[in-house]
Ligand binder design. Structure first.
Ligand SMILES: Cc1cc2nc3c(=O)[nH]c(=O)nc-3n(C[C@H](O)[C@H](O)[C@H](O)COP(=O)(O)OP(=O)(O)OC[C@H]3O[C@@H](n4cnc5c(N)ncnc54)[C@H](O)[C@@H]3O)c2cc1C
Length: 473
């Protein structure tokens, strides 16, 4: 099908709306910015709630985040959104205890060093591993740059021991990923430091010297959990958000530039649209675009994804023998917790934010699944809870039955950025530009974190509304 060649014209208030497909944070952020720019907008969401994977539930006073638990705003998109939505008075920041992060390797817990000085004393590296890491500034970049996995890129820069001790658990924590398959493209800023300065350490030091602002690393939460953010967006967008609308087809229209077909309570509804924002996972965008632009759909569909499971458990404090005040623990994949089955990590919810558990209780979230353990998604809830309980038995000495339980499965939720992905994103953006009024948003474009997903939504809105729409803070 051809793109028809018609030029994109910013819709006016009397034109058909821009339809945003998907009410996760990226779609809601796009819709919000379009709405603020005076462009009519409709959001179609297949679930009965907004937020996508961002979803908080309260089980007997334990505040469990089913998806993201803690968010930061290194690019300022989330902070800008909080400001625009007048949500600042609902924000809470991480507790002091949450600065402490732990790694499980070689049968025990280690503190993650807080800064470069800590690397010298860390129990995570042998002397040889430390010497290798400290030689990073003196290592030449590749003579001929090539696509690399995370293990190859960081192995070259800081050595295989530091990869196994720090990078592997970090990749589990951010991407539920596998360092041998995930591309270095998942860390574009670090790739750029090597390209521009020849070394990660030298690059970091020079950007500090040059007065580059440090990214904001504060842990951001909301008093009643992260769901407050999509809830406020929904409130501000009002009836423009239509739940229970499963979009089945998108195509260039006859009486409007685009038309969208959605199932609304067993009834097919047609939506004429001035433009379309596909704010759905890459594989769903691929399905919707396949009849419109097969090569573009092919690129989207080729991005691999991993599933993840979060098991929230609440315990009376008295049942926890060795409570730990810290953010959480990540497991190195070569050193699984003993007798539990594979575990990605544990978050100590009640140490991270105030008000996550009743007074005499503690709240935990155990993360399972990911790229290295796809079979976990086919286990039943009882088996997942058993594994999570066993993990907490090892880590904090939790005994007996938990008093609150929440199992959340997210199949195909986390894009596993392959080597060369930055080129794919550039090709996607170029391909989509051939379709006036079409835009992509989501967590496979600029980064998997919430801040990046919001940024991708803002970017989609800016593409359709024009450059006068503010993209970030
Ligand atoms: C368990 C888990 C933990 C995470 N932890 C963190 C964390 O601690 N910090 C962090 O920054 N990030 C974290 N992330 C990542 C981050 O939460 C996500 O990348 C981000 O929220 C994705 O937002 P999104 O809007 O792009 O996609 P989604 O949230 O997936 O939203 C897409 C929406 O589109 C809808 N949809 C799909 N197809 C259709 C259709 N055909 N018609 C209508 N609607 C459709 C879906 O129902 C969904 O609501 C985590 C993710 C998961 C799963």
């Amino acid at each position: 099908m051809s793109s028809g060649g018609s030029e994109w014209r910013r819709p006016s208030a009397t034109d058909p709306p821009v339809v945003v497909i998907g009410a996760g944070v990226s779609g809601l952020a796009a819709a919000w910015r379009l709405h603020r720019a005076g462009i009519p907008v409709t959001v179609l969401e297949r679930r009965r709630r907004v937020g996508g994977v961002m979803n908080t539930v309260d089980v007997g006073g334990h505040v469990f985040e089913r998806g993201p638990n803690t968010v930061i705003s290194p690019e300022g998109h989330l902070l800008a959104l909080i400001d625009e939505l007048e949500l600042s008075d609902r924000v809470i920041f991480g507790r002091e205890a949450a600065h402490r992060r732990l790694i499980w390797r070689h049968g025990r817990m280690h503190d993650l060093p807080g800064g470069p000085g800590g690397l010298l004393g860390t129990s995570l590296l042998s002397w040889r591993g430390r010497a290798r890491l400290l030689s990073e500034p003196f290592r030449s970049p590749l003579a001929e740059p090539r696509d690399e996995t995370v293990a190859e890129f960081f192995g070259r820069r800081i050595g295989p021991e530091a990869v196994a001790s720090f990078i592997d658990p970090m990749v589990s924590g951010i991407y539920a990923g596998d360092v041998d398959r995930l591309g270095a493209d998942a860390f574009p800023k670090l790739m750029a430091l090597e390209r521009e300065h020849g070394s990660l350490v030298r690059g970091l030091m020079q950007s500090r010297k040059g007065g580059a602002p440090r990214p904001d690393r504060r842990l951001i939460g909301f008093r009643d959990g992260l769901s407050e953010l999509p809830a406020r967006l929904r409130e501000r967008l009002g009836t423009r958000v239509r739940l229970d609308h499963d979009v089945r087809e998108v195509r260039p229209g006859t009486d409007a530039p685009w038309e969208i077909f959605a199932m609304d309570d067993d009834r097919q509804a047609r939506y004429p649209a001035s433009g379309v924002v596909l704010a759905v996972p890459a594989w769903e965008a691929a399905r919707l675009l396949a009849p419109v632009d097969a090569p573009l759909a092919g690129r989207l569909g080729a991005i691999p994804h991993a599933g993840i499971i979060s098991v929230g458990l609440g315990y009376p404090r008295a049942q926890v023998e060795r409570p730990i005040e810290a953010f959480g623990l990540l497991c190195a994949s070569d050193s699984p917790l003993p007798q539990t089955g594979p575990v990605l990590g544990v978050l100590f919810g009640s140490s991270i934010f105030e008000g996550r558990a009743p007074d005499q209780d503690l709240t935990f979230t155990v993360m399972l699944g990911g790229a290295r353990d796809p079979e976990a998604l086919s286990l039943d809830d009882a088996a997942l809870v058993d594994r999570a309980r066993a993990a907490l038995g090892v880590v904090v000495g939790a005994r007996g039955a938990p008093t609150a339980v929440q199992v959340s499965r997210w199949p195909d939720a986390i894009p596993q950025i392959p080597p060369g992905h930055l080129r794919t994103v550039a090709a996607l953006r170029e391909g989509i530009a051939a379709w006036p009024g079409l835009a992509l948003a989501g967590n496979y474009l600029d980064g998997v974190g919430v801040d990046s997903a919001i940024g991708a939504g803002f970017g989609a809105a800016a593409l359709l509304a024009g450059p006068d729409v503010e993209v970030s803070a």
